[in-house]
Design a protein around this ligand. Structure first.
Ligand code: SF4
Length: 407
C-alpha cells in the first residue's frame, strides 16, 4: 500500500492533545449552542467528545459566554471529560480576556481571526493583547484566516501595489496572496510579540474546493506550522460531506493537514456529532487512522430480495459505533476490524473472505441461507427468522476472541 509522506510540521501541544509533528491527524469540532448556556454547552461538548472529537471549539463572543467558560470546564472535568476547549474569538477577544482572565485559563487554545481583530491602528494593539494572554497563560493559538472575513485593509493595500505593476495580476490571484499573507504575516507578528513558534497553528479556510487546495499547498510550501484543514461553510447534507471530502482528501493524500474540522450545517434537529463522524470516516477511508470497525456493504440491486440486508448493514454499523466506547479499552485494535454485509452470493462470499467477518444474505431465487466467513473461512450458515441477531452474536464472539489482550 502506498504510504503517505506527511508534510513536516512542528508539534503543538494543546493540553494532552498534540497537533502536528508525527502526531496522528486530529479530528475536531465546534458547538452551536450559546456558550452562556452552560448546561446545553456542556452537554453538547460531552456528546462531541464521546463521538470522538479530540478538541472542541466554543464561541466566546460576549461577557456572558466568557464568564461561562470556567464553569463549562469545571463541569466537564467532573464528568471525566477532558477534551481541550478552544475559544473562538472575534473583535472583542482582547476585552473579554482582560475582563475574565479565568476564561483564558480554562481554555486550551485561542482561535484568532486576523480579519476580525479590529480596524486601523487598534488592530495591531488588540492582536498583541490577545497574544500576550496566550503567552501569559501558556496557550496555543490558531491564526484562523477565513475567505469571508479576509483582512480588508491588507487586501486593499495589496490591490494598490498590484495596480502599480506593469502587468497587474487578476483579482483572484491577489486575494489568494492576501489570504496567505494574512495567515503567515499574523503568525510572524505573534512570534515577534513573544509567542513561541510551537504554539501556533494556521488555517486558511475557503468555501471552494479548488481555492482551498491551492491555498493549503501554498501554505505548506512556505511554513512548518501545523495546518488546520477545513472547507468553510461546506453546506448541508451530501453536498457538505462531498465537498469537504473532495478538498481534504487531495490535501491529506499529499501529506498536508494536521487537524481537520468538517463544517457541516446540520439539518434541523440532526445531531451535531455528524461532523465528527464524517471527519473520522475521511481519515479512516484514507488509511490514515482507525476509529471504528467499518462495514463493507454492497449497494444492492435487482438480485437483492428485500430491504433486509440494507437494515442489517445499517444496524451492524450503528451497533459497532455504539460499542466502541467500551470496546476501545477492552479490545485494542478492534477499530481496524472490517465487517462485510452483502446482498447476495455474487460478490458476497468473495467480499466476506476479505473482511474479518462477513455475511452474504440470500438474493432473489437463492436458497434462504446466509453463509458467514471469518478470517477468510466459511464458519457457519445462518437461516431462519433471526439471522440479524445471530450474526451480531457472532460479531461479538469474533471481537472477544480476536482482540482480547493476550495475558
Ligand atoms: S452483491 Fe449481489 S445484491 Fe449486492 S450488488 Fe452485487 S449482485 Fe447485487
Amino acid at each position: 500500500m502506498q504510504t503517505i509522506q506527511r508534510h513536516k510540521t512542528v508539534p503543538v501541544s494543546i493540553d494532552h492533545v498534540v497537533v502536528g509533528g508525527n502526531a496522528p491527524v486530529v479530528v475536531q469540532s465546534m458547538t452551536n449552542t450559546d456558550t452562556a448556556d452552560v448546561v446545553r454547552t456542556v452537554k453538547q461538548v460531552a456528546e462531541l467528545a464521546k463521538a470522538g472529537s479530540e478538541l472542541v471549539r466554543i464561541t466566546v463572543n460576549n461577557m456572558e459566554s466568557a464568564e461561562a467558560v470556567p464553569e463549562i470546564r469545571e463541569r466537564l472535568d467532573k464528568m471525566n471529560c477532558s477534551v481541550p476547549l478552544v475559544g473562538d474569538f472575534h473583535f472583542n477577544g482582547h476585552k473579554l480576556l482582560t475582563a475574565v482572565p479565568e476564561c483564558a485559563q480554562a481554555l486550551a487554545k485561542f482561535r484568532i481571526n486576523p480579519g476580525n481583530v479590529g480596524r486601523g491602528l487598534k488592530r495591531d494593539e488588540q492582536f498583541a493583547s490577545m497574544i500576550e494572554f496566550a503567552c501569559r497563560y501558556d496557550k496555543a493559538v490558531r491564526i484562523g484566516v477565513n475567505w469571508g472575513s479576509l483582512d480588508q485593509e491588507l487586501l486593499a493595500s495589496m490591490l494598490d501595489d498590484n495596480a502599480k505593476l506593469a502587468k497587474p495580476r487578476d483579482l483572484l490571484a491577489v486575494q489568494h496572496d492576501a489570504l496567505i499573507e494574512s495567515a503567515l504575516g499574523s503568525a510572524q507578528k505573534a512570534e515577534s510579540y513573544g509567542l513561541a513558534h510551537d504554539k501556533i497553528i494556521i488555517s486558511c479556510k475557503l468555501s471552494g474546493v479548488q481555492g482551498l487546495i491551492h491555498a493549503y499547498r501554498d501554505l505548506a510550501s512556505r511554513c512548518d506550522y501545523p495546518l488546520h484543514l477545513g472547507l468553510t461553510e461546506a453546506g448541508m447534507g451530501s453536498k457538505g460531506i462531498v465537498a469537504s471530502t473532495a478538498a481534504l482528501s487531495v490535501l491529506l493524500q499529499e501529506g498536508i493537514g494536521d487537524t481537520i474540522r468538517i463544517s457541516l450545517t446540520p439539518e434541523p434537529g440532526a445531531p451535531r456529532e455528524k461532523e465528527v463522524v464524517v471527519g473520522q470516516e475521511i481519515l479512516q477511508s484514507m488509511g490514515l487512522r482507525s476509529f471504528t470497525p467499518q462495514v463493507v456493504a454492497c449497494p444492492g440491486c435487482g438480485r437483492t430480495s428485500s430491504e433486509y440486508f440494507q437494515h442489517l448493514a445499517e444496524d451492524i454499523q450503528s451497533y459497532l459505533r455504539h460499542q466502541m466506547p467500551v470496546w476501545k479499552s477492552d479490545y485494542p485494535g478492534v477499530e481496524s476490524m472490517s465487517v462485510a454485509v452483502m446482498g447476495c452470493v455474487v460478490n458476497g462470499p468473495g467480499e466476506s473472505k476479505h473482511a474479518n467477518i462477513g455475511i452474504s444474505l440470500p438474493g432473489n431465487g437463492e436458497k434462504p441461507v446466509a453463509p458467514v466467513y471469518e478470517d477468510g473461512e466459511k464458519t457457519v450458515t445462518l437461516k431462519g427468522e433471526h439471522i440479524a441477531e445471530e450474526f451480531q452474536v457472532l460479531v461479538n464472539q469474533y471481537v472477544e476472541r480476536t482482540y482480547s489482550p493476550k495475558v
